[in-house]
Design a protein around this ligand. Structure first.
Ligand SMILES: [Ca+2]
Length: 368
């Protein structure tokens, strides 16, 4: 309310731009220049340490699954950690390995978990299995990337209220492929629970890979989440500068590698988003980068003022970033002093973060 009052006063004094102009301005929405919030409204409680942990998947009973990039999976119940058997063989190097895990909404009836990994052939794979007494059984490969690729796999899973599964695929360090309709790299795919193209996708009639595409022009997305109103949010790492938070729309093209608010690693410039209005611009972006990893929606009341905000883990940014529910502003960035690989919120509203590294900590946020 305070901000609304300020806007009203400022607009009365003719100090503010029209809302539409402000929300698409490349300069106004660089959250990378906002200073960290000095006061932390939480303490961090270490639950356990894991070898190269990657993702947190909350279970309906408030226990957690933790994936490990080298091809490991753990079930965490309070302070008790049990290794889950049956993880398929993965290619573990650089950013590749065993990646995301997502527990099906009907897990209580089916025991189904979905997961992604980079195969020994360097293809991103979406798979499903049944978790039975801490063993993955009946593993089915639902979708396998062809051709595979190098690093930057993406691999984040989100379930839509429409019954379909949304999957991020990184550009695999071959940027031009993000604009190729018949290549899965640099896309969000929208699939049936069995890994086929959703029948009402934008190019469903085209068949093959293009029939699976929901949005295109992404670089390296390690965050994908639905808001309570059904809006889909994605973040992706830019090159040198230009990390992005994007609201994902059906058939949208988000511009990579033709536009970016960052630069090439060589220092060569890339046209900014505002030079090519046909590409959807990020609602927020970060230069210098935070290297976003993990994206969760906070639903509970344990943390004052957090309801209906987004939380982003930051690798290079070494902390936790909080975004307003409309995606238009960064509320807080807390400097934690270590690389955050993932953030998750359980059904009961508990918040966990995962430290990146060979011995990464799973930590629970305790409201002060
Ligand atoms: Ca973009």
């Amino acid at each position: 309310m305070r901000f609304r009052s300020w806007r009203t006063v400022a607009c009365a004094l003719a100090l503010c731009a029209p809302v539409g102009m402000a929300s698409t301005s490349a300069v106004a929405n660089n959250a990378g220049e906002i200073a960290a919030t000095p006061d932390m409204p939480f303490d961090l409680q270490t639950v356990a340490k894991f070898e190269a942990p990657w993702a947190i998947a909350p279970m309906p009973d408030e226990t957690l699954l933790i994936s490990g990039k080298s091809g490991r999976l753990w079930h965490v119940d309070g302070a008790s950690v049990t290794e889950v058997a049956g993880v398929p063989q993965v290619s573990y190097n650089g950013q590749n390995g065993f990646l995301d895990v997502a527990v099906a909404e009907d897990f209580a009836d089916t025991g189904a978990v979905y997961f992604t990994y980079v195969s020994p052939e360097n293809a991103l794979v979406l798979a499903r299995a049944r978790l039975d007494s801490n063993v993955l059984v009946d593993i089915e490969q639902l979708w396998t990337q062809s051709p595979g690729g190098r690093g930057q796999p993406g691999g984040i899973i989100a379930f839509g209220a429409d019954g379909f599964l949304y999957l991020t695929v990184g550009d695999r360090m071959q940027p031009d492929t993000a604009q190729m309709a018949d290549n899965a790299r640099g896309k969000v795919l929208r699939l049936t629970r069995d890994g086929a193209a959703a029948p009402d996708n934008p190019d469903a009639a085209g068949g093959g890979t293009r029939a699976m595409v929901w949005s295109s022009g992404h670089r390296n997305p390690y965050g994908l989440v639905f808001g309570p109103d059904g809006t889909l949010w994605l973040h992706e790492m830019g090159p040198r500068g230009g990390d992005e938070l994007n609201q994902i729309k059906r058939g949208g093209n988000y511009g990579w590698p033709l536009v970016s608010n960052g630069r090439q690693y060589s220092g060569a410039s890339i046209p900014d988003h505002n030079t090519r209005p046909e590409f959807l611009a990020p609602s927020l972006w970060w230069t210098p980068v935070i290297a976003p990893a993990g994206l969760a929606w906070y639903k509970g009341d344990a943390f004052a003022g957090w309801h209906d905000t987004m939380l982003i883990g930051a690798l290079a940014g070494q902390g936790l970033v909080q975004i307003a529910g409309d995606g238009q502003s960064q509320i807080n960035r807390w400097d934690l002093g270590f690389r955050v690989r993932d953030v998750a919120v359980t059904d009961a509203g508990a918040v966990y973060i995962l430290e990146d590294g060979t011995q990464g900590r799973l930590m629970r946020l305790i409201a002060k």
